[in-house]
Design a protein around this ligand. Structure first.
Ligand code: FAD
Ligand code: N01
Length: 538
């Protein structure tokens, strides 16, 4: 490790985060001969899969697609057990990769980056850890995750509750026992919907506090048979290419038919097939206009509502569980026995839109209508997504302007390609706002981001370019494209974390690039091929 004249460690690149993004970034840069240091707040690698250990946690993209594709050796040496891997298996996989590539030697765990400041004079970044340590690097790369800043809403009396409290995204390493206990779960997003059926089987009584009912489809999980494994391995080159140039990073895409072209009977048949098939986008891909035409969307939404009616025996409960927002405008959800869980005698459902939570009390939760006595409260209340983890650090670019101030108003959230923002030279964001990552199989997005950034750094070194930053015009253009594309769909019509709507006071605006990972890849490649058009450097 090199030191500067003030004995401060100097690296070519500092990467923040040791999840899928940070690990691959480290590998790529190290292989290219750069000195890299990764700082990670957790005690070990894994990111999402290190923190989210709640019961039932598993992926929603098929395992054979939710893995690194950059190394044939890694692909050949790892075998997934089932269609949707559970959290422990995914974490084992990440550990396997970290060991195989000997990544840990350049990672400092239990080290949170508190601040990063661009030094215009020296043209490098000064990065300060929470423990006060200072290091410098030419390139500052955030691999901090789009969904790593967990959100516990500021309920009145939060500290009064005398029982156990957990957030799904900060789950303890030891097993949490629910046996015989009165458990309350707040939140019915992907995390809540995965956890609820598992907790219900163990708890004395489970009370679900639901604000917005959700559309969820059965995962139809099953162990992989040998033939699937064999075929996947044989054809992985083709599968990889299909994923890379697809809409959502999986090797399939929407049909070319409108939902309104088919008879109601044929539509029913199509949706039933999708329901039986499982898969995150199965229902959305049945037709090409579910995501943009309200009438087409309603056909899919009505199908799922009808399923809820059939699956939930108590009509009052079924009614409460029926969503009305446009299907697919929140990340679709896959479940295992979610709606069926409400047929259990030990599960009750509280509609907190009808009876809002007033406060946490010593013994549980008080709504406007009743007191619910609980031993355990689980917050499945999601994340301050995308900008949240960035704003937890004090990141300052040129003229000491902070990123938080630059993006203070949602309309001012401007990036170029979601990878860079003007005024913050030599800073790259992996899975950043206005990238397509959160709308996709994130592994495909992550590999693309990492490879683009690594190639870009090579280019800068080769051409002796410094202070590389997005131009104001390029980020203006990119941000307009993101907004315009989002407006062409139904995505902006729903209150979701994609819109920043889940966090009180967060500016409203669509936070991702909705044009698909294939188009995004072509656009990024084009920028590079034109000598990084849209960026300036000196
Ligand atoms: P993360 O895995 O979030 O890693 C970021 C790391 O940065 C964390 O370890 C964090 O501790 C660290 N960090 C953050 N800030 C700092 C700091 N200031 N200093 C030091 N360290 C810091 N995506 C899919 O495509 N398919 C799925 O099935 C899927 N399932 C998911 C399930 C859950 C429960 C969640 C929450 C997300 C899921 N995602 C899924 C999205 C998932 O986040 C990505 O797929 C992927 O794991 C992200 O990897 P990452 O490295 O970019 O970020
Ligand atoms: O979080 P969410 P999540 N009072 O924001 C409710 C990925 N992921 O952790 O809908 C009361 O989706 C909120 O209600 P509402 C995936 O990308 C994937 O579940 O805002 N309730 C909602 O019900 C996913 O999209 C998997 O009205 C409040 C819930 O809490 C993303 O992570 C598994 C509230 C939060 O849902 C986030 O999912 C897990 C309040 N003040 C996560 N604030 C897979 O399956 C929030 N809620 C792969």
């Amino acid at each position: 490790m090199a030191l500067n004249h003030q004995n401060v460690p100097v690296f070519d690149a500092v990467v923040v985060g040791a999840g899928f993004s940070g690990l691959y970034m480290l590998h790529r840069l190290r292989e290219a001969g750069y000195s890299v240091r990764v700082y990670e707040a957790a005690e070990d690698v894994g990111g999402t899969w290190y923190w989210n250990r709640y019961p039932g946690a598993r992926c929603d993209i098929e395992s054979i697609y939710y893995n690194y594709t950059f190394s044939e050796e890694i692909l050949n040496e790892w075998t997934w057990s089932s269609r949707y891997a559970e959290q422990p298996e995914i974490l084992s996989y990440i550990n396997f990769v970290a060991d195989k590539l000997d990544l840990r030697r350049d990672i400092q765990f239990k080290n949170r980056v508190a601040a990063a400041r661009y030094d215009e004079h020296n043209r490098n970044w000064e990065i300060r850890l929470e423990n006060g340590t200072l290091v410098t690097a030419e390139y500052f790369i955030t691999a901090i995750g789009a969904l790593s800043a967990s959100n516990i809403p500021k309920f009145k009396g939060l500290d009064s509750f005398k029982g156990e409290m957990y957030h799904t995204g900060r789950w303890p390493h030891e097993k949490v026992s629910f046996s015989g206990k009165r458990v309350g779960v707040i939140g019915t997003g992907s995390s809540g919907i995965q956890a609820i059926p598992v907790i219900a089987k163990e708890a004395g009584h489970l009370t679900v506090f639901q604000r917005t009912p959700q559309y969820s489809c059965p995962a139809q999980n099953h162990p992989y048979d040998t033939e699937v494994k064999f075929k996947t391995r044989e054809n992985y080159d083709e599968i990889k290419q299909l994923m890379q140039y697809s809409m959502h990073g999986i090797p399939s895409g929407p049909q070319l038919r409108s939902a309104l072209e088919d008879t109601p009977e044929e539509r029913e048949r199509q949706y039933e097939e999708a329901w039986q098939e499982g898969g995150l986008f199965s229902m959305l891909y049945r037709y090409n206009d579910i995501h943009r035409l309200p009438e087409a969307n309603e056909t899919a939404a009505a199908f799922i509502r009808n399923k809820i009616k059939q699956l939930v025996h108590n009509p009052e409960k079924a009614q409460k569980l029926m969503p009305t927002y446009y299907y697919g405008t929140k990340r679709p959800i896959l479940d295992t026995d979610y709606y069926e869980t409400y047929n259990r005698d030990n599960v009750s459902l509280v509609d907190i839109k009808a009876e809002p939570i007033e406060e946490m009390t010593l013994n549980g939760i008080r709504t406007t209508e009743a007191d619910y006595e609980l031993d355990v409260i689980i917050f499945a209340t999601g994340f301050d997504a995308m900008t949240g983890p960035l704003f937890k650090m004090d990141i300052r670019g040129k003229n000491d302007v902070s990123l938080k101030d630059k993006w203070a108003d949602g309309a001012e959230l401007k990036t170029f390609l979601g990878l860079a923002t003007s005024g913050f030279p030599n800073m790259f964001m992996l899975t950043g706002p206005q990238s397509p990552s959160v709308l996709s199989n994130m592994l495909i997005s992550i590999e693309q981001h990492v490879e683009w950034v690594a190639d870009c750094i090579d280019y800068l070194r080769k051409h002796r370019l410094e202070a590389f930053e997005a131009t104001v015009e390029a980020e203006e253009f990119w941000s307009q494209q993101c907004h315009a594309l989002a407006e062409m769909s139904l995505l902006t019509k729903t209150d979701s974390w994609y819109m920043g709507a889940n966090i009180e006071g967060k500016p409203r605006g669509f936070l991702a690039f909705p044009g698909g990972v294939g188009l995004y890849r072509l656009l990024c490649d084009d920028v590079a091929a034109r000598g990084y058009e849209g960026f300036t450097s000196s």
